[in-house]
Design a protein around this ligand. Structure first.
Ligand code: CU
Length: 237
C-alpha cells in the first residue's frame, strides 16, 4: 500500500513538473490613444495558446463577473472559456442593460434594476462586443476561447501563461484597437517543453484602427440619455 502511494505521488510530481510557465511582454505601436502614447499603458491585450494537432485539455466552464459600476462595464476586457457563464451585476443606482448584436454571440439581458444581476451563457468561441442600450458610452468585450491557457496583459504589457502542458501550440493575440490582419501577423507556433519559457518582445501595431460608433440594440441611433438623478428603489449606495 505504501509503495502504491509512493508511485502515485511520484507520478503526480512528475506530471506537475512537466507543465511549463510561458511569460512574455507586448508593446503597442502606432497608437493614437492617450493612455498608450503618454502613459505607455499596454494593458488589455489577450494572449492565448491553442493546441496544434491535438484537442488539448477542454476548458472547465465556470462563472465570471462583469460589473456595471459608474456607468462602465468592469473589466473592459474579460476572457472566458467556452461554456462559461458571465454575471452582469448592476451596482449603479440606475437601470442598465447589456446586449451584443453584431459579433460573437448575440444576447440581450433586457433592462434591469439597480442592485440586480443578469447572467449570460457563452457557448461558442468568438469576440463578443458588449454595450448598454441606454448609455451609448458603455462598452466592453468578452473574448470566448476554446482553451484555458490565456492571459490578459498588465499595464506594462507583461503576461504569464501558467500550467502549460508540453506540446505544440499556436500563440495568438487579440487587441481591441488592432486590425485582424495585424494580429494574424504576430501569431506564431510555439513548442513548449517542460522548462519555463520566456518569449521575445511582441510589438502589435494599432495602425489602421478606426473606431466605428455603434448603434443601439435596434440598430438605431441612441436616444438622449434619461434623467438619472433619480435614485430607484432598492438602489445600492
Ligand atoms: Cu447603462
Amino acid at each position: 500500500m505504501i509503495w502504491l502511494w509512493l508511485i502515485c505521488f511520484s507520478l503526480l510530481k512528475a506530471g506537475e513538473s512537466a507543465a511549463a510557465t510561458v511569460t512574455g511582454q507586448v508593446t503597442l505601436a502606432d497608437s493614437r490613444e492617450p493612455s498608450v502614447r503618454e502613459r505607455k499603458d499596454y494593458s488589455g491585450v489577450v494572449v492565448w495558446l491553442e493546441a496544434v494537432g491535438s484537442a488539448g485539455r477542454l476548458p472547465a466552464p465556470g462563472t465570471f463577473v462583469m460589473e456595471q459600476k459608474g456607468k462602465r462595464f468592469l473589466p473592459h476586457v474579460l476572457v472566458v472559456p467556452i461554456g462559461a457563464t458571465v454575471d452582469f451585476p448592476n451596482f449603479d443606482p440606475i437601470f442598465h442593460n447589456a446586449f451584443s448584436n453584431f459579433s460573437g454571440q448575440p444576447f440581450d439581458t433586457g433592462l434591469y434594476a439597480p442592485g440586480t444581476s443578469q447572467s449570460v451563457h457563452f457557448r461558442r468561441p468568438g469576440i463578443v462586443r458588449v454595450f448598454c442600450n441606454i448609455h451609448s458610452t458603455m462598452s466592453a468585450v468578452i473574448v470566448v476561447l476554446p482553451t484555458h491557457l490565456y492571459a490578459v496583459t498588465s499595464s506594462d504589457g507583461t503576461f504569464r501563461l501558467a500550467d502549460v502542458p508540453p506540446g505544440t501550440y499556436q500563440l495568438r493575440f487579440w487587441h481591441e484597437r488592432s486590425p485582424g490582419e495585424t494580429l494574424k501577423k504576430v501569431e506564431r507556433t510555439l513548442h513548449v517543453e517542460s522548462a519555463n519559457e520566456k518569449l521575445p518582445l511582441v510589438t502589435i501595431s494599432e495602425s489602421g484602427y478606426l473606431q466605428v460608433p455603434h448603434k443601439n440594440k435596434y440598430g438605431k441611433e441612441y436616444a438622449p440619455p434619461p434623467r438619472e438623478h433619480t435614485v430607484y428603489p432598492g438602489a445600492r449606495k
